[in-house]
Write a protein of this length. Structure first.
Lengths: 236, 49
């Protein structure tokens, strides 16, 4: 059953990707104001939503690690692996947001970048999680996982700020597509469908990559534990 | 196609290409990491304890 699922899920994801691309390029109409370049939204917005979701997974994993690190070491390691996988995949999606955004901005606003609230808070979010990954890569010792978990929790605090930034402040960045006021968002249903297809496709892709990253980390943890055990036995 | 449409098209192609380069690049990085872990495991299983 597990094997069938592992084969079926990537196939479904690829099919969703093809459908999302088809909807974005061939079905959705041009935007009345921005024209063809508006189609960047079908990769930009889903990437941002999926990045937020993975940072939330990282937050839950970090809290789990701190909660279990003394009472249930095995559960703590599992939580830590999810925290790392969520942060790393979240950074990948956030990188997509920070590269497709300026490309869109250059055509829509005539500038690559501006220090407005949405863009700046997103960059800060990316920097926090990159520092989280650097901490995990270069720090050593038993405190590393605890420090990373604390940083992961603080980093996640920026997610609601990013989400609310173009609601709290009037910014250069367009109004929110979902959950904004009556004037904001997409009016054409084919545009909404294209966006939802791409959201589903990128979500499935992200889950696939997240699961793979989690497996790699769990494997790494097992060998690290084995090595530590062997080193201990050699000293005794 | 006028000049504006050509430029719009080029920017959309650039955004989609960049997205796939980042995603597939990360997938390749994960694949390499997975292989390295597997190699370490095989080496360890061959070593006498």
């Amino acid at each position: 059953m597990k094997k069938i699922l592992l084969t079926l899920f990537p196939i479904v994801t690829i099919l969703l990707m093809v459908q999302g691309y088809h909807q974005a390029i061939y079905v959705a109409p041009d935007d009345a104001m921005q024209g063809y370049v508006f189609r960047i939204i079908y990769y930009h917005v889903p990437s941002a939503s999926v990045a937020f979701f993975f940072f939330a997974i990282s937050l839950i994993g970090s809290i789990g690690y701190l909660a279990y690190r003394r009472s249930h070491p095995h559960r703590a390691q599992i939580s830590d692996a999810w925290a790392l996988a969520g942060a790393e995949v979240g950074v990948v999606f956030c990188t997509v947001v920070l590269t497709t955004g300026p490309l869109w901005g250059r055509r829509a606003w005539g500038i690559w970048w501006t220090w407005d609230a949405r863009l700046t808070t997103t960059l800060v979010l990316w920097l926090i999680y990159v520092s989280y990954l650097l901490l995990r890569r270069f720090a050593a010792g038993p405190q590393m996982q605890t420090l990373a978990a604390v940083l992961g929790i603080f980093g996640a605090l920026d997610v609601p700020i990013v989400y609310m930034s173009n609601r709290w402040w009037r910014t250069q960045h367009p109004a929110p597509v979902f959950g904004g006021d009556q004037d904001s968002g997409m009016k054409d249903p084919t545009m909404v469908h294209a966006l939802l297809w791409n959201m589903l496709a990128w979500f499935c892709w992200g889950m696939l990559v997240l699961f793979l990253r989690y497996q790699v980390e769990r494997r790494h943890q097992q060998y690290a534990a084995l090595e530590a055990q062997e080193a201990l036995e050699a000293n005794v | 196609m006028d000049q504006r449409n050509i430029l719009d098209h080029q920017f959309v192609v650039a955004a989609y290409t960049v997205t796939w380069v980042i995603q597939l690049g990360y997938l390749a990085f994960l694949g390499l990491k997975w292989r390295r872990e597997k190699t370490i495991a095989e080496r360890k299983s061959r070593q006498p304890r």
